[in-house]
Design a protein around this ligand. Structure first.
Ligand code: NOJ
Length: 762
């Protein structure tokens, strides 16, 4: 039988299936139909074709990891033609995707379409703020919309699967990938994971503008020792179950279709080969029915870790442990079919992995129309549309956190002012795009200079002061901080001297965070600190606008500089967002999703720490849990952020002080806008379980609400605590709610002091 004929027959079978069921498209029979189609297809597949579905190749240009041995474009094309490739990553553009899809669909025996993955991390071409910045908005609707927009652009460019969201919780600002996550808290992280997944996947995965999401990296990657990239992870079971796993569990509960495992080991077992994580927890206890993709060559890396002796052993371990797809590792494709033939790996394990992969392909509608994401007209219309720019601008403004604003230096007056704008990052159109933006063109961000130039009532003068790097920073190379040159200082000081206000845009280059970008120093890179201090001497009226992808240690600035704005890397619309906030056309409401340390030595520092046996200096001696050289409190706590208006909390009430197990605890608090501007506040609720069979943190976020109030307006905010929020995981991973005493705290940050008590009785 020739190839075209076999494909035709298969298509006819599918059409017959579809028309039989066309009358009653209930979710149930759609699901059944998909399973029947998979059964039919699996019966026709050879072992090699099955293993082919489990094989993913990188495209032919961008790399996002080290080149593995044995890969070449010729080999990839040859394997594509044989039906030995189930997925490709980093192929992009409607035309390029159509070309590879055409090979899979029209030149292979069974014509199974490829699923096309891409790191759509904070937008595709029109970029939103980096994920950590978005998390600072605490605005779940805006975050969902940002992911929706990213999905719309990516899907118009041939992509149907993103490797996002990263839901790794991390307490270590040294780790470069904190820019990619939602910060340090599992409750906030879970809510944001849900918003992002719903944004990417929508209500209908088969819609042309939605894509499959991927919760990553399963699991523990955010706890890489010493914040060093790809390092060992050594966490206890309590941290694993209560801090690391909850956002993944939420992801599965809200229907994420894929997970990616991680480069690290957990308890000495690489995540890729970890059956406890992938089989027992994910596919067992959580009933996950999508598929798990490995991280880039992580099957191979089990050999380097010293866990598998060769590719054959790595393939056996990974397949047995539940890694369904091998990303650019050449391990399954080289070894798995033979392992099945030798009876070492059961074919049913392979069938299970293939079923999961095919299921997602069916759900995406790829079997109905493999070219549905390859419409060049839609691509032109969708990418970079003004609607998308509006969405990312809105998200950018919402992501900004006001850290300090003495004497109401901000907002800036719109007229009659001499403003000096200083700093290399103020005139940079690339760095604000942040890391992970492979599809975006360089230099497409609106710079802060451009954003501020739109306000014409003041005189604006710009001087760079000093570079951070003189080399072109890229996604694949280290950013070289090579600046000792202070020749630009004089010009900066001269314009600062004659200005009413100095706006300084300082921080990290956008490529100083992200994968492979761990740092041991959290100070301003290069000579920026010197520049800041020099300018301060001639004009202390400074607004410091920070650009960074992680918490920085900015003690000196906090002590001296009157106004500090955390502006992260805000994506394509950076300059407009910053200018609108500086000029008060947008009142900032962001709150930190990660604690800012006083210095790097405090790391890991996080709000939900354990009390220890010696938390305070009771006897006025040294025998308590502290540092002798710096306070143990952070510089800025989790949940902290100011507004141009002020808020007052009062009247914290519970609907009782003793509750039976299973009863709802209703909490209310009064919030008043005591300033003279409309503003938004993130009202945060924390609990403390005072005595438990496993010690509990001093505070745990269990609710939040973003509330907008006019000047003088008052509102009562309501929260409910119940068994979902009052319990925790014991050391076996069982969720339990224990009777006992609790405290409730409500306020505008994690150091809120308004509190109430209650107890739970059996
Ligand atoms: C490695 C990264 O860890 C992962 O997050 C990413 O999705 C893949 N490379 C693909 O680029």
């Amino acid at each position: 039988m020739n190839l075209k004929k076999s494909q035709l027959i298969f298509t006819l079978i599918l059409i017959a299936f579809m028309s039989c069921h066309a009358q009653k498209p209930t979710p149930m029979n759609t699901k059944n139909t998909i399973e029947q189609k998979i059964d039919a297809l699996l019966k026709r597949m050879t072992v090699e074709e099955k293993v082919g579905q489990m094989n993913q190749y990188n495209g032919f240009w961008d790399v996002t990891g080290p080149a593995p041995e044995g890969g070449s474009a010729e080999k990839k094309y040859a394997h594509l033609r044989k039906g030995w490739v189930g997925s490709m990553l980093t192929v992009r553009g409607a035309k390029a995707v159509r070309a590879v899809q055409k090979i899979a669909v029209e030149e292979t025996r069974l014509g199974i379409p490829l699923i096309i993955g891409f790191d759509v991390i904070h937008g595709y071409k029109t970029l939103s703020p980096i994920p950590l910045a978005e998390a600072a908005s605490w605005d779940l609707e805006a975050i969902k919309k940002s992911a929706q927009t990213a999905a719309a652009e990516a899907s118009a460019s041939g992509i149907n699967w993103t490797f996002g969201p990263m839901v790794d919780i991390s307490r270590d600002a040294r780790w470069g990938r904190v820019m990619e996550g939602a910060g340090e808290d599992p409750f906030l992280g879970s809510k944001i994971a849900e918003a992002r997944i719903k944004g990417f996947q929508g209500d209908d995965l088969s819609a042309v503008n939605t894509i499959a999401a991927c919760a990553k990296h399963f699991a523990g990657y955010g706890f890489s020792e010493a914040g060093k990239e790809y390092n060992t992870v050594d966490i206890g079971t309590s941290t694993l179950h209560n801090i690391v796993l909850p956002p993944f569990k939420t992801a599965v509960d809200v229907g994420v279709r894929t997970l990616m495992n991680s480069f690290n080991e957990v308890n000495g077992i690489p995540a890729t080969g970890n059956a406890y994580l992938q089989r027992d927890i994910l596919k067992g206890a959580w009933h996950f029915d999508g598929f798990v993709v490995s991280d880039w060559a992580s099957l191979n890396e089990m050999i380097t870790w010293g866990y598998a002796k060769d590719k054959r052993e790595a393939a056996k371990i990974a397949a047995t442990a539940g890694s369904d797809m091998d990303m650019e590792g050449y391990v399954y494709i080289e070894a798995l079919a033979q392992l099945v033939k030798d009876g070492v790996v059961s074919e049913s394990l392979v069938d299970d992995a293939v079923r999961r992969i095919l299921r997602v392909k069916f759900e995406l509608g790829l079997f109905d129309d493999p070219y549905k994401y390859c419409d060049e007209t839609r691509e032109k219309e969708t990418i970079g549309s003004s609607k998308n720019h509006e969405v990312v601008l809105d998200m950018a403004k919402k992501s900004i956190v006001l850290l300090k604003n003495d004497n109401k230096l901000l907002p800036l007056k719109k007229e009659g002012q001499e403003i000096a704008l200083i700093g290399a990052l103020a005139n940079d159109k690339s760095s604000p795009l942040g890391s992970w933006r492979i599809a975006a063109e360089d230099d497409t961000a609106v710079s802060v200079l451009e954003g501020m130039q739109r306000y014409k009532g003041n005189t604006l003068t710009y001087a760079k002061g000093a570079d951070i790097t003189t080399e072109k920073a890229t996604f694949v190379q280290e950013v070289v901080i090579n600046t000792t040159d202070k020749n630009g200082f004089d010009e900066a000081l001269a314009i600062a001297k004659q200005s009413d206000v100095v706006v300084m845009v300082l921080g990290e280059h956008g490529f100083q965070t992200g994968e492979g970008r761990s740092r041991t120093n959290l100070l301003l890179p290069g000579v920026q600190q010197e520049l800041l201090e020099a300018v301060y001497k001639v004009n202390p009226n400074i607004v410091l606008v920070l650009n960074n992808g992680r918490p920085l240690a900015i003690n000196w600035a906090d002590e001296h500089i009157p106004a500090i704005v955390e502006a992260w890397q805000l994506g394509t619309e950076t300059g407009n967002a910053v200018a609108q906030v500086l000029y008060g056309d947008y009142n900032p409401s962001g709150k930190l999703p990660m604690t800012f340390p006083r210095n790097v030595g405090q790391i890991p520092i996080y709000y939900n720490y354990k009390n220890t046996g010696r938390p305070t200096n009771k006897d006025n001696n040294v025998f308590w849990s502290h540092y002798t050289d710096v306070e143990k409190t952070p510089l800025y706590p989790f949940g902290y952020g100011l507004s141009y208006t002020t808020f007052e909390y009062s009247n914290l009430k519970l609907n009782g002080n003793s509750f039976k197990m299973g009863e709802d605890v209703k909490v209310s608090v009064t919030l008043k806008n005591t300033g003279d501007l409309t503003g938004k506040e993130v009202v945060q609720l924390y609990i403390r379980d005072l005595f438990a069979s496993v010690t509990r943190p001093v505070k745990e976020l269990k609710g939040f609400e973003l509330v907008e109030l006019k000047a003088g307006e008052t509102k009562t905010i309501h929260f409910t605590l119940n068994k979902e929020t009052l319990g925790f995981y014991d050391n076996d991973g069982t969720y339990i709610v224990e009777p006992g005493d609790f405290k409730v705290f409500v306020g505008g940050s994690s150091i809120t002091t308004l509190e109430a008590d209650f107890n739970l009785i059996d």
